[in-house]
Design a protein. Structure first.
Length: 133
């Protein structure tokens, strides 16, 4: 694995965002509730809450567009995808669309997140799906 030490803040922020996205997708929790909860659980030195809030707001405001991207561009039906994988795809779509990081970095990070949070073979699915965007 690459040395991500100099990118600790971005790495941790992505990990926390996947958890927040999962929570929103599962419970439809509001961004304010999620932000308050995660601010209590994580220190601001470890998580970029400005980026966190921005990405969370984009997910909630553009949920239909993101869902459409997943279903039409990636040709994935809602019942064919694990919720954690969907949360990771949402992060990848947002980061690519808003040009938060270069495409190759986004894909690499989504694969890393999949290996951390999902089943061992899901990274192949995430890689192939994000490659279609």
């Amino acid at each position: 694995m690459k040395n991500l030490a100099k990118h600790k803040l971005a790495v941790k922020t992505r990990e926390v965002l996947v958890q927040a996205f999962y929570q929103h997708l599962f419970e439809k929790t509001s961004s304010t509730e999620i932000l308050d909860q995660f601010k209590k659980e994580h220190r601001s030195e470890k998580v970029d809450f400005k980026r966190f809030k921005f990405c969370l707001d984009v997910l909630i405001k553009n949920n239909e567009i993101i869902e459409e991207t997943i279903s039409k561009k990636m040709k994935i039906k809602d019942n064919e995808i694990e919720l954690i994988d969907k949360a990771i795809l949402c992060l990848g779509i947002i980061e690519m669309d808003k040009q938060i990081a270069p495409r190759s970095v986004v894909i690499d990070e989504c694969i890393r997140l999949t290996r951390k949070f999902s089943n061992p073979e899901s990274y192949k699915f995430i890689n192939a799906s994000l490659d279609k965007i």
